[in-house]
Write a protein that binds this ligand. Structure first.
Ligand SMILES: Cc1cc2nc3c(=O)[nH]c(=O)nc-3n(C[C@H](O)[C@H](O)[C@H](O)COP(=O)(O)OP(=O)(O)OC[C@H]3O[C@@H](n4cnc5c(N)ncnc54)[C@H](O)[C@@H]3O)c2cc1C
Ligand code: SF4
Length: 467
């Protein structure tokens, strides 16, 4: 039987969306979702599942969509993944579930992310509540309330631990340094990819579980690590890897040089794109360069474009090595972001007022593969050239915040400063667990959630053994 081509998800046209911050992808209608779901071959040994870090029963939830049973589909989905509306939107499906779909061999894989998003949005619109009935780990719940767990950081890792422990009745307090919860989902990923109303709804569902949320509390500053360790039976560290790395080249102090972290925080968390309605400003020039090829670089470039700039991505490898989601690279191109590959900046050039006016770059070529398996970029001697730019946004990666971790006694970290844990997130200090980017380095939302799930099991086991 010939499998029909993948059903395209409706989107805002590029010419329209590049002038607004509203969501680009508009989602399937029930009819389109059923058509796409009916392409699934319902493989006896479904390879897609092994590509999903939380092992969702993908053919199971898709079959229910194909049959029009959206509520049953939602229940299957939610029993594996607490944040499906988010993962359906931001997972890099092409290297996870969809990358392993057998239909790739004869055409395009099932649009698993879009179907996941459809079901989650449908359930929200129809006020479907989810009650978790099953648990793999049996804990004496009558005692759960007596056990107090502190979670540091409200990104996807911390939120997942909170949801897992909260639903079994533990006393859970979640501390967040910023004035809004959600971690990168709130301050990093822009509205046009992940509407903040969705993040807020997913978090509101947690509040019903008796999880207590404390904002504006950077642990290690506003409350000491000692106090946390003394007041709680177990602690989960989910603080991400949000400290930006910098190029550190001459001219970095010039006006107009941003870290992507600052740029995106102003836009997403502080709504600077709505200045003066919101009071945080953002200064952006006419010609903007974004350095990097990951999701952060694409988000910064597309945000700058929406503020009216002419935007060029500068990346030291080729497009094939870019770590960003393929859909975002395609969207960026459709919207008019230019790509300058095999080049890197060596110097920022300013005028007499200390404002950036140009970037000196050097051309690169690809050498032998490095430890990541990607071919290493190597400078071509004497190939320097100048690009006129008045703003540059560096999106070359992030690292661990070492200040907080150094305050935890007996906490072992690896040579990059990330926490070492066992498979259940337990660290070298038995009552301290960790997961997400602070363990793996910058990774993905679903991996942070998977780590949160495992750590919640580890914490329950630890607390049951330490009654
Ligand atoms: C711009 C950008 C775009 C991305 N796009 C994607 C994407 O499309 N798909 C995808 O899968 N992944 C994407 N990622 C990666 C993904 O967002 C992260 O892997 C994920 O958010 C990690 O989750 P986490 O819970 O470990 O940490 P985070 O989301 O970083 O959350 C950590 C939280 O801890 C808080 N915190 C830090 N220190 C303290 C302290 N001392 N006390 C209290 N709170 C503290 C922080 O304020 C933050 O809220 C993107 C990342 C960025 C930056
Ligand atoms: S959670 Fe992510 S990887 Fe898993 S099925 Fe959904 S979109 Fe795919």
């Amino acid at each position: 039987m010939a499998v029909k081509d993948r059903i395209h998800m409706p989107e805002q046209p590029a010419e329209v969306r590049k002038t607004n911050f509203s969501e680009v992808a508009l989602g399937y209608t029930p009819e389109l979702a059923q058509q796409e779901a009916s392409r699934c071959l319902q493989c006896k040994i479904p390879t897609c599942i092994s590509g999903c870090p939380v092992g969702i029963d993908i053919p199971g939830f898709i079959k229910e969509i194909a049959n029009g049973n959206f509520e049953s589909s939602y229940k299957i989905l939610k029993s594996y993944n607490y944040l499906p509306a988010i993962c359906g939107r931001v997972c890099p499906q092409e290297v996870q579930c969809e990358g392993l779909c057998i239909l790739n061999k004869i055409g395009r894989s099932i649009n698993i992310g879009a179907l996941e998003r459809f079901v989650a949005d449908w359930a929200d619109e129809n006020n479907i509540e989810y009650e978790n009935e099953n648990t793999k780990f049996q804990f004496n719940i009558s005692k759960a309330k007596d056990k107090k767990v502190a979670i540091i950081g409200s990104g996807p890792a911390g939120l997942t631990v909170a949801s897992e422990l909260g639903r079994y009745g533990f006393t859970v307090d979640i501390y967040e340094a910023l004035h809004e919860f959600g971690g990168v989902l709130t301050y990093g990923i822009p509205e046009f990819r992940l509407p903040k109303s969705i993040v807020k709804k997913e978090i509101a569902a947690l509040e019903k579980l008796d999880v207590r949320f404390f904002k504006n509390i950077p642990v290690g500053y506003a409350i000491s690590v000692k106090e946390i360790l003394e007041s709680y039976d177990a602690v989960f560290i989910g603080v991400g890897a949000g400290t930006p790395k910098f190029m550190g080249i001459p001219g970095s102090e010039l006006n107009g040089v941003y870290s992507a972290n600052e740029f995106l925080t102003r836009i997403n968390l502080m709504r600077a794109y709505k200045f003066p309605e919101y009071d945080t400003p953002i200064r952006i020039g006419k010609k903007v360069a974004v350095i990097g090829g990951g999701n952060t670089a694409m988000d910064a470039a597309r945000s700058a474009l929406r503020l009216g700039a002419d935007v060029t991505i500068i990346y030291r490898r080729t497009e094939a090595e870019m770590p960003a989601r393929k859909a975002e690279i395609e969207h960026a191109k459709e919207e008019g972001v230019k790509f300058y590959t095999l080049a890197t900046p060596v110097k920022y050039i300013g005028d007499e007022n200390g404002n950036l006016v140009a970037i000196e770059c050097i051309r690169m070529e690809l050498g032998a593969p490095d430890e990541s398996g990607r071919r290493r970029p190597v400078e071509i001697p004497n190939s320097n050239f100048i690009l006129e730019m008045d703003t540059v946004i560096e999106a070359i990666g992030t690292e661990a915040n070492k200040f907080l971790l150094s305050q935890f006694p007996d906490l072992k970290t690896n040579k990059y400063g990330y926490i070492i844990t066992d498979e259940y997130g337990q660290t070298s200090n038995p009552k301290v667990f960790a997961g997400g980017d602070i363990v793996t380095g910058s990774a993905t939302v679903i991996l942070a959630m998977g780590a949160g799930k495992k750590a919640a099991q580890g914490i329950m086991k630890f607390l049951s053994e330490n009654r």
